[in-house]
Design a protein around this ligand. Structure first.
Ligand SMILES: [Zn+2]
Length: 211
C-alpha cells in the first residue's frame, strides 16, 4: 500500500484494511511538505498498519523544482516517471514481505493527467515485476487500484462512508501548520468536498474562502 497524507491514499487504506493485513510505504521525495509526512504517519497509525516504512528519495524532484526542463501541460507537482520508481520500490517491499497485492490510491481524475497512471503503464509494470521476480510471479502478486474508476468527489463520499479520519489528511502543496486554501491542492479539496456534500473537518469558518 502506497500511503501519502492525501485523501485518496487514506481512503484506499481504510478500504483495504477491512480484509487485509496492510503495510504502508511512504516516499519522502525532495521538498515534500513535512505536514504531509506527518499526516501519512498519523493515518497509518489510525489504520493500525502492520508496518509503515518511509523511504527517503531526496534527489527526486517535482517539476516546479526542476526549472531548466519544460514538462509541457503537466502540473508543477509532476515528478518525472514517479510511479515507475514508487511501484518498483513497492514491488521490492512486497517480495520481501510476501505480499499478494500492491495497492495504489489513484483516482479516475489522476489517469486523465498522468501517463504513468494509465492502464497500459500498470499492465506493463505488472508484466515486468513477474518477469523479474520468481517470488512475485509464484505468489501472483498483483498491482491493484481500487479507486481507479472513481472521481475525486466519489472518493470523498466513500471516505466519509468508511469513516476515514479526514481531519488527519493533508491536501495542501505548501508546508505550514494549516492548509493555505489558495493552492491547487487546497482548491481541489474544497471543490470536491462541496460537490460531494461532505463537511471538511479542516475547512476554516466560511468554507475556506480566504481573500
Ligand atoms: Zn494549499
Amino acid at each position: 500500500m502506497l500511503l501519502s497524507g492525501g485523501i485518496d491514499s487514506a481512503t484506499c487504506l481504510f478500504l483495504m484494511k477491512a480484509t487485509n493485513s496492510v503495510r504502508a510505504l511512504t516516499f519522502e521525495y525532495h521538498g515534500i511538505a513535512q505536514k504531509e509526512l506527518q499526516s501519512a504517519r498519523e493515518i497509518g497509525a489510525a489504520a493500525v498498519v502492520a508496518e509503515h516504512r518511509f523511504v527517503r528519495l531526496p534527489d527526486l524532484k517535482e517539476a516546479s523544482d526542476i526549472p531548466v526542463v519544460k514538462f509541457g501541460g503537466l502540473p508543477p507537482t509532476y515528478i518525472p516517471l514517479r510511479n515507475s520508481i514508487f511501484y518498483s520500490l513497492a514491488a521490492s517491499y512486497a517480495e520481501e514481505a510476501g505480499a499478494g497485492l500492491i495497492v495504489g490510491g489513484h483516482n479516475r481524475d489522476d489517469s486523465k493527467v498522468f501517463r504513468d497512471v494509465s492502464p497500459e503503464f500498470f499492465a506493463a509494470l505488472q508484466r515486468a515485476f513477474w518477469a523479474g521476480s520468481a517470488v512475485l510471479r509464484r505468489k501472483k502478486t498483483r498491482i491493484v487500484r481500487p479507486l481507479r474508476n472513481r472521481s475525486k468527489v466519489q472518493v470523498v463520499r466513500l471516505a466519509a462512508s468508511l469513516k476515514v479520519p479526514l481531519e488527519l489528511t493533508w491536501s495542501c502543496h505548501r508546508d505550514g501548520r494549516e492548509h493555505c486554501w489558495r493552492c491547487d491542492g487546497c482548491l481541489s479539496r474544497q471543490a470536491s468536498f462541496t460537490k460531494a456534500g461532505v463537511r471538511d473537518p479542516l475547512a476554516p469558518p466560511g468554507g475556506g474562502k480566504i481573500t
